[in-house]
Every structure is written in structure tokens, then in C-alpha cells.
Design a binder for this molecule. Structure first.
Ligand SMILES: CC/C=C\CC(=O)SCCNC(=O)CCNC(=O)[C@H](O)C(C)(C)COP(=O)(O)OP(=O)(O)OC[C@H]1O[C@@H](n2cnc3c(N)ncnc32)[C@H](O)[C@@H]1OP(=O)(O)O
Length: 676
């Protein structure tokens, strides 16, 4: 809706009213059209000022309406009629002016904004004002009433022709294609800018309309809209006992402890301190403490310099003594991923912490329940699975153990939000959601190497699909030794394994020893300069094909009598993406995740899944559940020794029930025990 009021005698004030961001819904557009018409007819009105309720100008088109058939006055003709209006139009911009909201502002003859110096420099706004934007806009309107409007109409301005515009657009096009592989929108944006710069206004608008139509009808648009709301819904967590985000109070966290100043502990410390939380950072060894202190200080100094503020170093205490933790509200343990070590730390913590201090563990997959069991406060223990580097990666899995209290979950979720993470509440199981699924994706990738593919082929298929990096490049980046240690700890690698011809069958299923064999050669990835790829030196980032790996794979296949075959990009995507989704369905059955949207958010923010593909669960829905089922059945027939390829019960059930839309999957999961 839009509210109409006449103020200061000659000004019509049109207020967009669609909280929380005054998005341009059909009702708002209708309200604007009616109000503008009223203002144009009213002889007393000399100027129109547009503003948004609650000091938010406009968040753009109402994305909720995109999934249905659009009704109400269309946006662009509405803006054209404002721009062509015979009365002065001024936009009072506060808070946000995005997408269609910015277009509305640009359709006005004058604009103001409360904070964007940059917009002023770009010529998008005419003046930046302190205080009330509406008041300032009205004063501006009164001061320019009577001046000619044509010079203010953007549609009458000649294109800004620059001799190298084609070259600039070509460069930009190449950059966006490289950066957002396979995504249509960034390419269309550059094409629209090219049209705006080179064509007369009406032709440029027509080109933009064509591009917009194509985007609007695309599956990528559906995926992005889905991802937008999935991200916002992830914070609205709920537990089976009825506790949820809006009925459970989080505790206030002013002081936190971080145990362990390795890569993860350093990143976590930086996140906390940047959010204004005092941190007591603990190490057991003086040398480690010193190097952790240096690293954290340098990270904070770099960040502060970039933002032009002073680094909040006064919030930090570095110490070897657990006793300094006695006053903290919450501790995040971030020691090495070793159950016995973590248990020891947890027991030690209980000796010094106040009885009501929360203990969080940063683990990528160890049992939160097992850790909680060694403490004197099981309800106050939760998992906080950060992703490396912790100060950069947006995702945080908050792991609710079987005894975790709603208050503890609420506190971890609120803390995650405060440090600007995208938080998803998950249940406790090995690998939680993200890494439990990742394991099967990794398995498929290495099986394909055994069968005839190369790391380059698999990575190329994944990168063409939209991943910023293929799985083998990511593995080299993370360090191959990490998984090796986990496999050793889980008993998959032991003294009974033949070092010359290691078995391809372990714990009752197919096993690929290739990653272990690489590690035995000291190939740990980027850090050693050699992994699935070759690097110029240890630590360098540019992955190059390694002829040694090709020979190694050839010899391996020969040794095991495997006849290599051609593996297509389609097979790579199907086996990787459908394995992920299949495990996602099992995770939903087990109620480790509350919804397919939560799983997709985890993959979007923690594992580089391309946003324009929505997430593995959305992708499965978009491909068609019956197609996914058929493909999994096929791959399972071909690989009966890979039980994870067997289609999950939930997938079968959903297909049998007519493949309902993804938003309805939750209601099809019944009578299953929840871990959340
Ligand atoms: C025909 C096409 C014509 C024109 C093109 C467009 O205009 S396309 C839309 C362009 N606009 C956007 O993409 C803006 C998207 N929104 C945002 O980036 C952020 O929401 C925003 C506005 C910067 C505010 O961020 P903040 O962190 O303050 O809040 P949050 O993101 O949690 O959003 C609050 C609630 O508002 C809902 N919401 C936001 N934007 C829209 C929108 N454009 N349409 C519909 N709903 C929107 C959001 O879902 C949140 O809802 P809640 O129920 O509270 O979870």
C-alpha cells in the first residue's frame, strides 16, 4: 500500500507502507499509481515526495510475488509515468533503495539519501542530508518548485558515450563469466549496461526488458529466489520439544573464552572480538600462544585498517592459564579434532568455569553427546561448527546434542548471528549435515578416478556446473592429510592394510585407497606443493596438471585390473549432485536437519554450491525427483558395492506421492525420531 498526505500546503507525501522493507508488491504499486494520479490532479500540489515507512525507502520488487502470476500495475511503466509527470517528484531515500526501489528513486526528478557518500559521488543522489530525509526532501522540493523538469528527466539525457565502452564491457563480461560461472544474471547485467551506454533510452529499455524477461523465466531466477528466503528462514530454528527461535531467550554473551589458537581458534577469536566481545584466548604452549597472538593481532589490524577504524585489541587476553576463564559467559573449544583430547579439555574446563557457563565445541563431525557426557553440565553443551577460515566463511552449523537445552541452542544461534554468520541448527550425528553429505560426494569423485576420469575432468565438470573450485582443487586447498587422519581414527586404515596393494573393500563396502596412497607419498595438497595437482612451491595456489598423477592413476588401474572408460561431465554431475541430495533425504528422515532449505543453506554458504542452482535439494527438485530416483537406481545397479547410492526411503516416498514441491517435503516425513 501507499499512504497519501498533503503537507506544507503544496507537497503530496506518498509513503510506501509494506514492512519490513516496503517492497514493491502489487498493492504498493497500485497505491503509488493512485496517489500519483491524485497528486497530479490536485491543483494545490506543486511537488510530490516519495518515502518509505520506518525509515526504509524500498527493498525493491516483492520477491514473494515472483513465484505466482504477477498482478497489479507493472513497475517500469509506473516509473516512466512518474518521470514524465508534470509535477516535481522527489525521492526521500533512507535505509535501502534496492532493485526496483532504486529504479523508483531514479524515476524521480530529485533524490536525497541519508548516508551514501558514494551515491553522491556517482551522481545517483543530489544531496546527502543528516536527520530526517523526508524533511530534507520536502525542503528541497519547496526550493526548486517552478524550475524546468526536462533537464532532470534521465530518459531525456543522451547516452554517456565513451570511445572504449565496448572494450570496457568486453572486459567486464569476461570477468563476470569467470567469477560467476554459469550464472546468467551477471552476464545480463553487463549486457544491459552496454545497451544503456550505447543505445537511445527507449531502445536501451527495450533491451533491458528482453534480458529481464529471459532471466525472469529462468530456473536460475527460481533458484536465487528460493535461496534468498531459505537463508532468512534458517535463523527460525525449532526443536522437537517445541522450543524455537521466537519463544526461547538467548543469554547475553559479553565475555568468551577460546581454547586453542590454531587456524580455527584464531579465526573464531577474530570474529568474536570484531563483534565487541571480550575474549580470553588460551594455548597450552608458550610458543603457540605467542604465534597465535601475533596472527590474531595482525588479522585484526589488517581488518581495522581496511575499515578505517582502530583494532579492538583491548578486548583480548592471551594466556596459558585456564583460571582466567572463571568469569567468561561461554567457551568455544577449538583444539585439534581428536575426541580424547577434546574430552580432556572439557573435563579441565569444568574444574574452572562457573557452573552456568556454556561450553561449545568447534568440531567438524565428532559427537557432541559424547563430549557433553564428560562434563557436569550436559544441557549447557552445544556444537558450533565453524568453517575454515572461520573469520571469512559465513556458515555456522549449531549442533544441538540430545541433551542440549533450548537456551544453549538459542545462545549459540544468537552469538552466531552477532558475529555475522549464517547459522543453521542441526542435530548430532557423525559429520552433522555438511560433512556427512560431503563424504559421499568425495567418495563418488575418487571412484570416478578409479574408473577412468582424471582430477582435471571431474573438477572441470563441477566448475562448469558453477562451483568456484572443483572437489580435487578444494581437497588440495584444505589439506589431504586431514581426511587421512580421520580415516585412520575411524579404523578404515590400520596395520592390517596391505601397503603394496591396499584393499578396495573395507567395512563391508567399496573403498578407494587413492587418497591414502597420495598421502603416503607426502602429497598433502597446496601446503606441500603436491596433491591431486602440482604447485610451483609449497603454499602456492595455482593448480597445475601433474603428469605424475596421470601415471600414478594408470598404474593403479593396471594393478587392480580396472579397464578405464570415458566418464562424461553429465555422469560427474549426476553422481556427485545426486549422492549429495540422496544423503540429504536421509538426513531429513533422521531429522538431523529440519528442512531441505536448511540443507541447501549449508551447501550454499559452507561448500561453495552455486547460488544459481539453489542447493543440492533444490537442484534435485528442479531436475525432477523421479529422474533423480531413476538415476540413483541406475548407478546403484552398476555399483552395488556402494550402498549410499541406494535411493533413500524419503526420496522413494516423495516420488510415490507425486513429487510434491520442496516446501511440502517436511509434511511427508512422519513418525521418524528427531535428533534436533
Ligand atoms: C519485476 C522486477 C523488478 C525489479 C527488480 C527488483 O527489484 S528485484 C528485488 C531487488 N531487491 C532485492 O534483491 C533486495 C533483497 N533484500 C535484501 O537484500 C535485504 O533483505 C535488505 C533489504 C538489504 C534488508 O536486509 P536486512 O538484513 O535488514 O533484513 P533481512 O534480509 O533479514 O530482511 C527482512 C525481511 O524482509 C524480507 N524482504 C527483504 N527484501 C524483500 C523483498 N524485496 N521482497 C520481499 N521480502 C523481502 C525478508 O524476507 C525478511 O523477511 P522475514 O519474514 O523477516 O524473514
Amino acid at each position: 500500500m501507499a499512504r497519501y498526505a498533503r503537507v506544507k500546503g503544496s507537497i503530496a507525501l506518498i509513503t510506501l507502507t509494506n514492512p519490513p522493507v516496503n517492497a514493491l508488491s502489487a498493492a504498493v504499486r497500485r497505491g503509488i499509481v493512485e496517489s500519483v494520479s491524485r497528486a497530479l490532479k490536485d491543483e494545490q500540489v506543486k511537488a510530490v515526495v516519495f518515502c518509505g515507512e520506518n525509515e526504509k525507502f524500498c527493498g525493491g520488487a516483492d520477491i514473494k510475488e515472483f513465484s505466482g502470476s504477477m498482478s497489479g500495475p507493472p513497475l517500469v511503466p509506473m516509473i516512466h509515468s512518474i518521470e514524465a509527470g508534470e509535477k516535481l517528484m522527489v525521492a526521500a531515500i533512507e535505509g535501502v533503495a534496492l532493485g526496483g526501489g532504486l529504479e523508483l528513486a531514479l524515476g524521480c526528478h530529485y533524490r536525497r539519501h541519508v548516508s551514501a557518500q558514494e551515491a553522491l559521488q556517482l551522481g545517483i543522489v543530489d544531496q546527502v542530508a543528516e536527520g530526517s530525509a523526508v524533511q530534507a526532501a520536502m525542503e528541497l522540493a519547496l526550493s526548486v518548485i517552478g524550475q524546468p523538469l526536462n533537464p532532470r528527466r534521465l530518459s531525456l539525457r543522451a547516452p554517456v558515450w565513451a570511445p572504449d565502452v565496448d572494450g570496457v564491457c568486453d572486459t567486464a563480461l569476461a570477468q563476470v563469466k569467470q567469477r560467476s560461472r554459469g550464472a546468467m544474471a551477471p552476464v545480463a547485467c553487463v549486457q544491459a549496461v552496454r545497451a544503456a551506454a550505447m543505445l537511445p533510452y527507449s531502445k536501451g529499455m527495450e533491451r533491458e526488458r528482453q534480458l529481464m524477461d529471459t532471466l525472469f523465466r529462468s530456473g536460475q531466477a527460481r533458484a536465487m529466489q528460493y535461496a534468498f528466503f531459505a537463508q532468512r528462514n534458517a535463523g527460525k530454528w525449532s526443536l522437537p520439544n517445541g522450543a524455537q527461535w521466537n519463544n526461547t531467550r538467548a543469554r547475553d554473551v559479553q565475555r568468551a573464552g577460546v581454547i586453542g589458537l590454531g587456524t580455527m581458534g584464531r579465526g573464531i577469536t577474530v570474529c568474536l572480538v570484531k563483534a565487541g566481545i571480550s575474549v580470553v584466548a588460551i594455548e597450552t604452549d608458550a610458543k603457540q600462544l605467542e604465534s597465535g597472538k601475533k596472527a590474531v593481532t595482525a588479522m585484526l589490524q589488517r581488518d581495522a585498517k581496511r575499515r578505517g577504524v582502530s583494532p579492538p585489541l583491548h578486548l583480548l587476553t592471551f594466556t596459558l592459564s585456564f583460571h582466567q576463564l572463571r568469569d567468561v559467559d561461554l567457551v568455544i573449544e577449538a583444539v585439534f579434532e581428536d575426541m580424547n583430547l577434546k574430552k580432556r579439555v572439557f573435563s579441565d574446563l569444568c574444574k574452572v568455569l562457573r557452573a552456568n557457563t556454556l561450553i561449545c565445541t568447534n568440531t567438524s563431525g565428532l559427537s557432541v553427546d559424547e563430549l557433553a557426557a564428560v562434563t557436569d553440565r550436559q544441557p549447557l553443551v552445544v556444537g558450533m561448527h565453524f568453517f575454515a577460515p572461520a573469520h571469512v566463511m559465513k556458515l555456522l552449523e549449531v549442533v544441538s546434542g540430545s541433551r542440549s537445552s533450548p537456551e544453549a541452542v538459542a545462545t549459540a544461534m544468537a552469538l552466531g548471528k552477532r558475529i555475522e554468520k549464517v547459522c543453521v541448527a542441526v542435530g548430532n550425528c557423525s559429520g552433522f549435515v555438511g560433512n556427512r553429505m560431503l563424504k559421499l560426494y568425495l567418495d563418488q569423485s575418487v571412484y570416478m578416478l578409479e574408473e577412468g576420469a582424471t582430477p582435471e575432468q571431474v573438477d572441470q565438470a563441477l566448475e562448469e556446473f558453477g562451483f568456484a573450485m572443483g572437489i580435487f582443487k578444494v581437497s588440495d586447498l584444505s589439506g589431504l592429510d586431514v581426511g587421512w587422519r580421520v580415516r585412520k581414527a575411524s579404523g578404515l586404515i590400520g596395520p592390517d592394510v596391505d601397503p603394496v596393494k591396499p584393499s578396495r573393500w573395507r567395512l563391508g563396502r567399496r573403498y578407494c585407497p587413492l587418497p591414502d596412497m597420495l598421502c603416503q607419498q607426502g602429497r598433502f595438497g597446496q601446503k606441500t606443493g603436491r596433491g591431486w595437482y602440482l604447485y610451483d612451491s609449497p603454499g602456492s595456489k595455482e593448480a597445475k596438471s601433474d603428469p605424475e598423477i596421470q601415471t600414478f592413476l594408470k598404474d593403479y588401474r593396471h594393478k587392480y585390473g580396472i579397464i578405464p572408460r570415458r566418464i562424461t561431465s553429465q555422469e560427474v554431475i549426476e553422481r556427485c549432485a545426486f549422492s549429495l541430495a540422496n544423503e540429504g533425504f536421509r538426513i531429513l528422515e533422521d531429522r538431523i536437519a529440519a528442512s531441505p532449505e536448511d540443507i541447501d543453506v549449508i551447501y550454499l554458504f559452507g561448500y561453495g554450491w552455486p547460488r544459481h542452482r539453489g542447493g543440492p535439494m533444490f537442484y534435485a527438485a528442479q531436475v525432477g525427483l523421479s529422474v533423480v530416483l531413476e538415476k540413483l537406481e541406475h548407478y546403484h545397479r552398476v555399483h552395488p558395492d556402494v550402498p549410499s547410492l541406494e535411493p533413500s526411503r524419503l526420496l522413494r516416498r516423495l516420488v510415490a506421492e507425486g513429487s510434491p514441491p520442496i516446501q511440502q517435503w517436511k509434511s511427508h516425513i512422519k513418525n521418524l525420531r528427531s535428533h534436533l
